[in-house]
Design a protein around this ligand. Sequence first.
Ligand SMILES: C[S@@+](CC[C@H](N)C(=O)[O-])C[C@H]1O[C@@H](n2cnc3c(N)ncnc32)[C@H](O)[C@@H]1O
Ligand SMILES: [Zn+2]
Length: 280
Amino acid sequence: MEPMPTIDAAIGLLICPVCSAGLVREDRRLYCPQGHSFDIARQGYVNLLNGPAPANADTAAMVAARERFLDAGFYRPILDALIPTCAGTERIAEAGAGPGYYLSGVVEACAPRQHLALDISVAAARHAAKRGLASAVANSWAGLPVRTGSLDRLLCIFAPRNPEDFARVLAPGGELIVVTPTADHLAELREQLGLLDVPADKTSQLDEQLGVVGLMPAERVDVTFALEADIPAITDLVAMGPNAFHRPPVPDRRLPVQVCVTLSRYRQATAGPETTELIR
Ligand SMILES: C[S@@+](CC[C@H](N)C(=O)[O-])C[C@H]1O[C@@H](n2cnc3c(N)ncnc32)[C@H](O)[C@@H]1O
Ligand SMILES: [Zn+2]
């Protein structure tokens, strides 16, 4: 059988999206004991969607713009803030991983034993696989095709959340790391280009949603920085976001860009008597 070390390393994390049984690989497919079978694409990702893809999957053009923008290092401070939260982690996944910039940075820095990039967009899964990540197409809202209690860290960066299922896949003491935009994120850019307003995630709402499923706030860090981005970079920044679904405006000059995000860590409360403390 052709060796596929990346997928093989991650296979213990995966479950069948139809019946939740474990999966095994045979050549270019994964299958479960019930006979549900999922092809591994030539580019190395596996499609574990159980049903049609919803309309909000990022398109190939959005994913390519995101990868160019991120690979140019413009959001590197966000990756730098993420890496210490994943130190010593053995099993990690990202839900809504896009092209896999953050997960591959974390994998490179922290060398977890198992990792998994998940996204509803086929284009995103393809890019993540190309970066050398174990990559699957999956819908967070339908439930992740991930074994219960199998992850030490789950990342969710500017992507949709499924609190109940995120809590399910975390091991006791495991942590969900969420990166969300604040109200000031890209504010001048949005104003000057007339971009769509992305509603900021209120951290109090996030705490409430996640607290209900037993994920308790452990740390919160604001990451704020200004960008020196040229016109092609700003064009990518616009094209990688929700404006791409409409007719994105093309900037004709350099514009000030202020990045304002919050990184929040939530710990699976079933870890035992150890208390978690909210640090502001
Ligand atoms: C704003 S992008 C963020 C991507 C990546 N985390 C990053 O920051 O570079 C949001 C991603 O979530 C994915 N997505 C949207 N709905 C999803 C869902 N229901 N399940 C999984 N991924 C989803 C999109 O395809 C897109 O790649
Ligand atoms: Zn099955």
